[in-house]
Design a protein. Sequence first.
Length: 276
Amino acid sequence: MSRTPLLDTPPEVAAEATPQARPRRTRRWRRIVSPVVLVLGWELAARTGVLAPEKLPAPSDVLATGWRLSRDGTLAVHLVDSLTRAGAGLLIGGVLALVLGTVAGLLRLGDDLVDPPVQMARMLPHLGLVPLLIIWVGIGESLKISLVALGAFFPVYFNTYAGIRDIDERLVEAARACGLGPAARLRHVVLPGALPSLFLGLRLAIGAAWLSLVVGEQVNAQTGIGFLMMEAREFSQTDVVVLGLLVYALLGLISDLALRVAERRMLTWRRGLRAT
């Protein structure tokens, strides 16, 4: 009996022949189609007069402004200061949230003592605490970093807490039955089980951090992308304001992509549902 060609094909080649195994390069190009269409539509509307230049300049004008500010070094100075504030705030808020979320998720006493005040605090809009933070820490760099830390804290805390609590208890019992001690169970069971939720929390925290930084850099700042936008508003430089918004958007996109790459490499064991 003759065999079909598919049976003679190696498994790797057969998998590539299936409709589900589409080239990654094609999917990457397809993801940028809609942004390109939006930008082209924006450019066309600005050039034909549908959008007034003083209200929303064309993308080409915004890029020309960005190139001009990059050449004279202005954009780099403000960008470095914004990245420094965002990094410091993310580090402080993320580490504190990770520690408290782990304590509340693993220990019953920690849950009783830590989780109730955090649940109460999360109901307060952290951007609405600006007047109180000004009284507490002043209007200097501490205010900007504190806002970023507050914005990053709650997503990391709640996703760490939920990631630990969502681990199947039977896995922990099986590890205990196999003779694994507390440290080994934490390393081989709890940490891998909580990592997906933790990465989700980090992605949400990065978005909240950039949002908080926009507000913080508009309060008595001398440098930063937010300060650059506020100064441009005073002189009705709409192209600079739009440029600042695009820089914030690109920073958020790049940081999210970097986190996705790290997640994909660290969670190679996970096989989730893929879109078709």
